[in-house]
Every structure is written in structure tokens, then in C-alpha cells.
Design a protein around this ligand. Sequence first.
Ligand SMILES: [Mn+2]
Length: 298
Amino acid sequence: MIIVTSGTKYTDVDVLACATAYSDLLNLLNKPATAVLYGPLNASITKTVKSWKLNYKSRHSPKPKDCFVLVDTSNPDVFLNKVNLDNVIEIYDHHFGWEKYWSAKLGRNSHIEHVGACATLIWEEFRKKKLTNKVSKTSARLLLTAIVSNTLNFKSSVTINRDKNAYKELSKYARLGNNWAQKYFREVEENVYQNPDASLKNDSKGLSDIAIGQIELWDSSKFFSKYLPIAKKVLTGFGNPKWFLTSPSISEGVNYIYSENDEVKFLLSKHIGAKFEGDIGKTRKLWLRKEILKVLNL
Ligand SMILES: [Mn+2]
């Protein structure tokens, strides 16, 4: 049996899409496979996504003969004791840092590439095997949604044409309609508002120089009019006077920033062109946190 799996900490929509669609593809090729996802589902897996016919296991006791395919992550530490690294036969990922480790281990079966969503790599495998017209509706829907989610609806600069092409082809099989991206991000937003504290905590980083909170929303203006006290509480909790909240507002293609520290405001004005009125700033394009960290040299 081939187990298609990912990290054990949490399962996001890209992980879910890649694991289920790739195990479908292996089964189409007469290689018995199953998706196994140990981590709990996070806010990116919305109620509509859950209503599709999802086909994965959340538990599995690996047998010595099981082989593994890893998706959407490549750091060997995140598989805990669930994966025998010597029995890994293939990996697909779009994160950086472990390319050499995997290419030494797997050679051409290591597929770590700089695309917006790992789902794009999995769809390209359907294309290579000439099985695009055999994709299940659920797998097509999951892969398409993962691309929309990971690229922030194509507005993030990690997006490349390969993501757009995959999306275009998948939309024929997914049949989700033109408004799906908006509907999907609204649902993610509902999940965030049900538990803003936890959502913020799960997406904040206390670096030695600065604490940074991030919250990705379809329309951040609503969050900014209501939830700043919660954000302040979470971010001051890192014990550093230098903190800011960045919130990509996907529908507008800009970020809202919140900071009460003049030095931080100055840096963000200078490096990402944020225009501040009081403690609230706004950028002119959409910035991922990892891009902000890069320009700030953090
Ligand atoms: Mn991903």
C-alpha cells in the first residue's frame, strides 16, 4: 500500500487536496494508495469543502512494507514517527530548505518547485499521465480551491503562470462557478471570526526583533473596525514593544497594517510603502508576511 501524507501538526486545504488527488491518481494507475492525514483540519477547510465527498483516513498504523509519498511539506521533522523516511518513494512540495536532502535521497522522484500551490504540481502529474479527464469532481474541486487559497486568489506574488493554467484546466472539471473564490474566502473569514483569538495566535510570530501577527481575509476593513483590541492583546503578549499586525485584504489586493510603535511605522512606510493615518496603515499591493520579512531583513 502507498500512503500519501503530510505533516502531522495541521491539515490545510493544499495538503488535503494534494493527498487525496494524488492517491486518486495512483489508484487510476493501478497502484493501490490511500490518503492519510494526521493533523486536524484548519480554518482553510470550510463547511462547503467538508461537504464534498472527502476520501482520506485520519489514522493508520503503518505496516513495515508501506511506502510513502509526501506532499506540501519537506521538513523531515514534521512527520514525527508516522513516516519511515527510508520508505519514502516520492515527494511534492513548494517550500524551500530541504531540496538537497530529498534530491540526494530520491533523485528524480523529488519534486520541490517554486509554484504558488503544491496542488499545481499534482495537477501537472495528471497532465503528464494523460489522465486529466479521469479526475474526480471532488479532487478537481480540492485542487482548484487549494490554488485559490495558497495564491490568495492569484494576487500574491508567489503566483506563476503554471498555477493559472492549472486553475483554468481544473475549472472545467470542478464546476464551481465564477464566484467560488469569493464564496470560499468568505467562509474562511467566518471560521476566523468564530475564534479570532485562536486564529491570530495560530498565525503570529514572535521574532527576536519584532512580533508580527497576520490574518488573511477577503475584506480586512471589517476586522480592523472591530477586533484591534484582541490583536493588541495577542501581539503585546510576545513581550516586545515592537509589534505589528498585517492583514492581506484579498478582495482589495492591499494590506492593512496596525502598529502603535513609531519606529515600526517608519520601517513599514519606508520598505513596503504603507501609508499611515494614526496607527492604521495601508499598502498599495498585497504583501505576504514572508515578503515583508525579507524586505525588513528579518
Ligand atoms: Mn501549500
